[in-house]
Design a protein around this ligand. Structure first.
Ligand code: GLU
Length: 946
């Protein structure tokens, strides 16, 4: 009821206008539910009336959408006002009904709709391209793209005629079989089931014909079901393709092609849009609901404008004064109706949609269609299609790369994919509930923050829940993980410890690396070995010890020989005897060894070389010992204090040979595993084989690898990237990096292939590097945040001097004890030998002599020992103290002469004979004998003075 009242009011208004203005009235029935078509119609009429004596007058009736009866009423009403022709309506049912009335009454019916006017209606002029021409555009494009299979996706059955030439491609004898699937979309807004079905069919190319309203929904859902990657191609048949927001599909990797019939950037179009918005505001009493944006102009509005232009031009040319004079009740038709239609079909007018011209069948000719493609930087015109020439590629003046390079990131919003992999991306620890990007922190997060500041873009982080970075499956020829999402366009950038590899670089673009690293081994820290008891031997190698021993023996022997050769070494043993019968040589074999040993042990000896040759040999030996002892001392400290460690493996070679049954693996599907897989190094191939044979040693993440390394239940080494190892050993003091780097590579930010943002992002990363910001960030996230530096003290363990424990120096004690023990044994044997000699010489019982000797030794009394067997007394009983003294006197080299004879005794007891007396007294130390000599000399000088 409400509706009919409204309609009545409109009709009344229109009638009033008609009656007032009269003149050349052109009627229109618009059932689009907006004011847009009406506005376009009015603007066009106003423009056509300019400089005309008889201006055109609009008689517009708006009917409820799809209401056929109201449409019929409308045309009847319009006919009563002598219209020259009727425009609209747009709904197919109403339109066909009006068309039949107009046909009957031969009233020119001007339409702009995609309906198949196969039966050449005399009264219709349609500005919309004929469905065969239309389908030919896409048939040509399909051929150009070389599709051998594709799926036709369409919305309503009325659109099927527009596939005519496309579907008939199947039958063409092109030598190549083309397989075509057809899928009709249901009513409503959920097409996922159909799209999943399309995906399952394995089809990669799609041609879509649907209303402009549902087109974005279809594309979005296609993205969701995963049929919008690099491998997928789309042809969009809707001529308003240029009006949709293409941002979500720019980076998806799919080739999306569409068409347009006018260039919205041209000035007349822009002016038309402006006038449209003004007119709509006027008609809708300033409602901005229907206002159109710069690129929101749809083809129907342009065609209405063009249709009015054409119709007005026809009437002007025909100079017809009066409009139709028939009504709905008449059985007669209007005589001029068909003439106007025929005339219009011969006209050639320059319209907003190009040249408006018709072929002999009354269908639009001279069509010039722009072919567009969605690029990462926006919609790009790739060519033009005409009926005559088909598709002609547009010559590109500016290379796409240049266009891409100039693409600014400013103000754009990006989805940044990351993974929860410490320290690149982590969940923030907070007592408050965090939302959005605030939930994350880490090195990668901070890098993106910096890049966003530098390039003024916005971003939202998305998390790769399964932590899979992406590897290529050669069988299915697909990527997984983060790589797949980037290629699909589900994310614009990916940042984490994502390694730049050759395989990945083929599929996506990477920025310059923001971090450099290499593969190495994470393993338990080497265990400390107990100190070596004989570590005092370590400063010199066994070889050096051998050479030292050789030098000792050699130099000692040399001194012995030199001593015998050098005359000066033969000295008067009794300086008081001027002409001694014998000369002594201090360099006996024993003394030579004692001399060299004394100096090498830095203790010296009483022996002092006299001859030049012995002095020379001696000083050279001293120099030698000086250097050797200093070197030994310097090295000794290190060997005593440095802890020796047990390394089960020191390199990847050890791991491959696996002497201790160490199992090893890497992150599944990661760059490390790929490194071994791709390598042609035999060792790495062997390791790869091992890892492939033992999938149970692969891990899902680096953290899992760390846990397995730390676990006491298994002896596991994890092949990992050095930067991640650095992070872990800062916090886990029981693990360490083992060996050097096996390769050298970097982490980069991944984005779609040929992305225009690679250049600005790479430049910004280099700037961050040059400013030292990346280093600072690394120090912060590696060494400071989240428990960094926990193992710093462990590593600096050698900073303070550590006291040596017995274990360090125990060997020296052992040597001392062994030496002392040997000395005791020696002394014992010496004593027994001496007793044996005496017992033999003196013909006494060995046993008695031994017991007597032992008694004396064990009595520990006094430091003088009585001579038990004296040859001179012959009694063998002179065991008195006096006897001893007497012997001492007689032992004097310079005998004391009580007769004041200061000559020395001409026949001193020969040294050889002294052994016949007591060996004990003869073996006075040199020092003692010197003292005796000195005393005697003093006595002589006193006597001579007297
Ligand atoms: N950074 C590696 C990647 O990008 C993951 C860790 C690894 O493989 O060691 O796949």
């Amino acid at each position: 009821m409400q509706m009919s009242k409204l309609l009545l009011r409109w009709l009344t208004t229109t009638f009033c206008l008609l009656h007032v203005l009269g003149d050349r009235t052109i009627g229109a029935i618009f059932d689009d539910g907006t004011f847009l078509l009406e506005a376009a119609f009015n603007i066009a009429l106003t423009a056509a009336s300019e400089e005309q004596e008889n201006p055109f007058v609009a008689s517009v009736i708006r009917t409820p959408p799809g209401d056929i009866l109201e449409a019929e009423n409308a045309i009847c009403t319009l006919l009563e006002s002598n219209v020259f022709g009727v425009f609209g309506p747009t709904r197919k049912g109403s339109l066909l009904h009006i068309q039949s009335i107009a046909d009957f009454l031969e009233i020119p019916h001007v339409i702009t709709d995609p309906i198949e006017t196969q039966n050449r209606n005399w009264s219709v002029v349609n500005l919309y391209p004929h469905h065969l021409s239309y389908s030919q555009i896409f048939a040509d494009l399909i051929e150009l793209k070389g599709w051998t299979e594709f799926t036709v996706i369409y919305e309503g059955a009325e659109l099927l005629p527009f596939f005519d030439n496309i579907l008939s491609m199947q039958d063409l004898d092109t030598g190549q079989k083309i397989s075509i699937n057809i899928v009709q979309l249901p009513d409503g807004e959920d097409f996922r089931t159909q799209l999943k079905f399309v995906k399952k069919s394995g089809s990669l190319n799609y041609i879509i014909n649907c209303g402009i309203k549902i087109l974005p929904m279809i594309l979005e859902q296609a993205q969701q079901v995963g049929i919008m990657s690099d491998d997928h191609s789309y042809l969009i048949m809707n001529p308003d393709f240029q009006t949709i927001d293409i941002d979500p599909y720019r980076h998806g990797g799919s080739s999306i092609t569409g068409i347009r019939m006018f260039d919205p950037t041209l000035e007349p179009i822009q002016e038309f849009i402006k006038s449209l918005n003004e007119k709509v505001a006027e008609l809708s009493e300033n409602s901005i609901e229907n206002a159109i944006e710069e690129n929101g102009l749809t083809l129907d509005l342009v065609l209405v404008y063009d249709a009015v232009t054409l119709f007005a031009a026809t009437l002007n040319t025909m100079e017809l004064e009066d409009g139709s004079n028939v009504t709905c009740d008449d059985a007669e038709s209007w005589v001029y109706g068909s003439s106007i239609v025929n005339y219009a079909r011969t006209m050639e007018v320059d319209g907003l949609s190009g040249i408006i011209k018709f072929d002999e069948d009354g269908f639009r000719s001279e069509l010039e269609i722009d072919v567009l493609e969605i690029r990462t930087y926006g919609l790009d015109k790739v060519g033009t299609w005409t009926l005559e020439d088909g598709f002609v590629e547009t010559k590109v003046d500016v290379s796409p790369a240049e266009q891409e390079g100039s693409e600014s990131m400013k103000g754009k919003h990006f989805i940044v994919l990351t993974a929860l992999s410490a320290p690149y991306g982590m969940l923030k620890e907070s007592s408050k509930k965090l939302e959005g990007n605030d939930r994350y922190e880490g090195f990668g997060i901070e890098v993106i923050e910096e890049l966003a500041k530098m390039n003024e873009f916005n971003y939202t982080f998305d998390i790769q829940e399964d932590g899979v970075y992406g590897s290529y499956n050669k069988k299915t020829k697909t990527w997984n993980g983060m790589m797949e999402k980037i290629m699909d366009g589900r994310a614009d950038f990916a940042i984490t410890d994502l390694t730049i590899t050759a395989a990945r670089q083929k599929a996506v673009d990477f920025t310059s690396p923001f971090m450099n690293l290499g593969i190495t081994i994470l393993y338990k820290k080497p265990t400390k070995e107990p100190p070596d008891l004989f570590s005092f031997i370590s400063p010199f190698s066994m070889g050096v010890w051998g050479w030292l021993a050789g030098a000792f023996v050699g130099v000692s022997g040399l001194l012995f020989i030199l001593g015998r050769l050098a005359p000066e070494e033969w000295q008067n043993p009794y300086p008081c005897i001027e002409e001694p019968e014998t000369l002594d040589n201090q360099f006996t074999l024993a003394n030579s060894f004692w001399f060299t040993l004394g100096s090498v042990l830095t203790q010296g000896s009483e022996i002092a070389p006299i001859a030049v040759s012995t002095r020379m040999a001696g000083s050279m030996w001293w120099f030698f010992t000086l250097i050797m002892v200093s070197s030994y001392t310097a090295n000794l400290a290190a060997f005593l204090t440095v802890e020796s460690k047990f390394y089960a493996i020191k390199s990847v070679n050890d791991l491959a040979n696996n002497p201790y049954g160490i199992t090893y693996g890497a992150k599944n599907g990661g760059a490390t595993f790929s490194f071994f897989k791709e390598s042609d190094n035999l060792l790495y191939q062997k390791m790869c084989l091992y890892m492939e044979e033992h999938p149970e040693y692969q891990t899902g993440s680096n953290d899992e690898g760390l846990e397995r390394v730390k676990s006491n239940d298994e002896n596991y080494a994890f092949l990992m990237e050095s930067t991640s190892i650095e992070y872990m050993v800062e916090r886990n003091c029981d693990v360490a990096q083992v060996g050097g780097l096996l390769d050298s590579k970097g982490y980069g930010i991944a984005m779609k292939k040929n992305s225009p943002y690679r250049q600005p992002m790479s430049e910004s990363i280099l700037q961050l590097q040059e400013q030292g910001k990346l280093t600072r960030m690394k120090d912060k996230w590696w060494k400071e945040k989240r428990g960094g530096g926990a193992c710093a003290d462990d590593d600096a363990g050698g900073g303070e001097a550590q006291p040596l424990v017995l274990a360090n120096v125990g060997g020296v004690f052992i040597v001392l004890a062994a030496g002392s023990g040997m000395a005791v044994v020696c002394a014992f044997f010496e004593m027994v030998f001496d007793v044996w000699m005496i017992s033999r010489k003196m013909k006494v019982s060995f046993r008695e002599e031994l017991i007597a000797e032992l008694k004396f030794i064990l009595s520990f009394s006094g430091d003088t020992k009585p001579v038990r067997h004296r040859e001179s007394t012959g009694s063998g009983s002179g065991e008195s103290k006096g006897g001893s003294d007497e012997k001492k006197e007689g032992d004097a080299e310079c005998p004391v002469d009580d007769d004041d004879d200061d000559r020395p005794d001409p026949s001193p007891t020969p040294r050889s004979e002294r052994s016949n007396h007591s060996r004990h007294t003869l073996q006075l130390s040199r020092r003692q004998s010197n003292a005796v000599q000195m005393a005697k000399m003093r006595k002589y000088s006193l006597k001579s003075a007297l």
